[in-house]
Design a protein around this ligand. Sequence first.
Ligand SMILES: C[S@@+](CC[C@H](N)C(=O)[O-])C[C@H]1O[C@@H](n2cnc3c(N)ncnc32)[C@H](O)[C@@H]1O
Length: 225
Amino acid sequence: MTTPTMPPLALDTDAGETVVCDPGSYWRVAPHAEGYDHGRFDNVKGRLYRRAEEHALAKAIHALTPGCHVLDAACGTGRVSALLHHAGFSVVGCDVSEAMMAVARRRVASVPFMQGDVTSLPFPDTSFDAVTCVGLLMHLDRGMRVRALRELARISRGFIVVQYGCLGAFQRIKTWLTGRPAGAVRYPVAAAELQRDLRRAGLTEVSRFWALRPFSSSLILVLSK
Ligand SMILES: C[S@@+](CC[C@H](N)C(=O)[O-])C[C@H]1O[C@@H](n2cnc3c(N)ncnc32)[C@H](O)[C@@H]1O
């Protein structure tokens, strides 16, 4: 009799990058959660990227007035939640991983964090002025991405900020030359696929901010219903 093998949570590329295959489980593992910030941002490339991404995010939320009630979905270790909190918003963080939120609670004790899946959030319709979802959609297949977008739209009164991994010509050539997935994520999209997701979720693009174009595929989008 053969023992069934579990699909891997992540795969390591030959360049030493980790491509997450099962985002709903990978970051529930305590060492992955505890090591997330250090592994992702504690080097020159990570610091540069983080600065550019947070600059793009700050531009995306510019139109929101302080005091707004904001949900940070897939909040992870609370990096974006802390940024929103310090910008004067009333923030709630939500994630499937208790291990990630344990780090988030240490980072910003005054923000409430609760467990929830972005495709089935534990909040009534239109309960937030705005929702953010950073660092998740590029790990989800098309079906999950659209379910997540619809759910974010359901709980938001209209303002939705998400991040995509969106491939331009530079990334496509790099992937073709190196054979490595762009941005070390499983589901980066081309521009046409992104537009298809938005149509299927019934959302409209309001504005877009690239984090470190053309070197990064990271794209911050402001969407409306
Ligand atoms: C790459 S981390 C991003 C964390 C944070 N937003 C940031 O930008 O630093 C992705 C997060 O998504 C969470 N996640 C994965 N699948 C999820 C789901 N279905 N619903 C909610 N969160 C999910 C993971 O637990 C993890 O904390």
